[in-house]
Write a protein that binds this ligand. Structure first.
Ligand SMILES: Cc1cc2nc3c(=O)[nH]c(=O)nc-3n(C[C@H](O)[C@H](O)[C@H](O)COP(=O)(O)OP(=O)(O)OC[C@H]3O[C@@H](n4cnc5c(N)ncnc54)[C@H](O)[C@@H]3O)c2cc1C
Length: 292
């Protein structure tokens, strides 16, 4: 059943301080709306439970990207169009620029924000694998101050996050220490545009000679939350990538993921595709120019 607009109230404070003040007085009583691309789908389907909406669109403090010598700070309200075009994102964090370009259509990217993608907490969202691989940190803010947490600790369970009811996701911090690392990303879906991923993966790595010195793999749609494949990575550290070590790593992968059947895919299909993608990543890594 369609929603009745007269049942809803929307506040547009226009400033970060104004938004935080509203949240302070009624924690959990306002639903933040950034680009609205998730919320409008719920609204149109008559599934939007919240009645008080807090409009974040246009709040300048959420829209800025700042580069320092050792990191990039991306405001939570930056859209995927901003990210896909930004030179520092493209140069230092190309997997995030790719994820931005893969998120829905260009029209969607003009509205969809990175904070909306993270806080919506879909296990199949496109930006989390890159954020996990790049070891992003989140800066959360409430009227009483800010705190920073590693992104890997943000998702607590299916659609459950560590965000407090009076907080906003202010910014994402990415360390600039992966220059020259091998990189790999894939998204599998029913078609190229406008398709939610069946599986999305992003990985970066470094070889010492033929041996794996470092490997970070983020993957989506194979568990209740976006997942960093710590166990699979550990099985490969200080190891040469060979048919045998790939087989061992894929065995670990099978125990590390827990995909489900849903409308987009079966668990069995997701298991097979996840294994194929990790294998492809590892073979490309072994053949990359880093191998001396
Ligand atoms: C046609 C279509 C195609 C899509 N394709 C893709 C795709 O390919 N890949 C993909 O990953 N997603 C896709 N999406 C989903 C969606 O566009 C993204 O998840 C997007 O990033 C959501 O951002 P938003 O700003 O629109 O979020 P909103 O809808 O505004 O909000 C989503 C959630 O985030 C919260 N929120 C937003 N900003 C903040 C903040 N700063 N602090 C705290 N909470 C906040 C809101 O309260 C809400 O719970 C698609 C959606 C549509 C409609």
């Amino acid at each position: 059943m369609r929603s009745d607009p007269s049942e809803y109230e929307m506040a547009s404070p226009g400033t970060l301080a104004g938004a935080l003040d509203l949240l302070r007085h009624r924690p959990g009583g306002w639903l933040p709306v950034a680009g609205g691309t998730e919320i409008m789908v719920q609204y149109s389907a008559g599934r939007l439970g919240a009645r008080r909406l807090l409009n974040l669109w246009g709040i300048q403090e959420l829209r800025e990207i700042a580069e320092s010598d050792d990191s990039l700070r991306i405001g939570g309200g930056c859209t995927f169009s901003q990210l896909r075009k930004h030179p520092a994102v493209r140069d230092h964090f190309p997997l995030l620029a790719m994820a931005a370009a893969w998120t829905g259509s260009v029209a969607n990217q003009n509205r969809a924000t990175i904070a909306g993608n993270i806080v919506n907490a879909s296990p199949a969202a496109d930006s989390p694998p890159a954020l996990l691989a790049y070891e992003a940190e989140l800066e959360l803010i409430s009227a009483v101050g800010t705190r920073r947490i590693p992104y890997r600790d943000f998702h607590l369970g299916y659609k459950k996050t560590g965000l407090y009811p009076d907080e906003l996701l202010l910014a994402i911090h990415l360390p600039k220490r992966f220059a020259g690392w091998f990189r790999y990303a894939q998204k599998t879906g029913t078609r190229n545009a406008q398709a939610i991923s069946k599986i999305c993966i992003a990985g970066i790595g470094k070889l010492r000679g033929d041996y794996v010195e470092a490997l970070h793999i983020g993957i989506g749609a194979v568990a209740p939350t976006p997942l960093r494949l710590h166990k699979t990575e550990s099985a490969l550290l200080e190891v040469k990538i060979t048919d045998a070590s790939i087989r061992d790593a894929l065995r670990v992968l099978a125990s590390e993921i827990s995909p489900i059947d849903d409308i987009r895919s079966s668990a069995e299909y997701r298991r097979q595709v996840a294994a194929n993608l990790v294998e492809d990543l590892l073979r490309s890594f072994a053949e990359s120019e880093q191998a001396i």
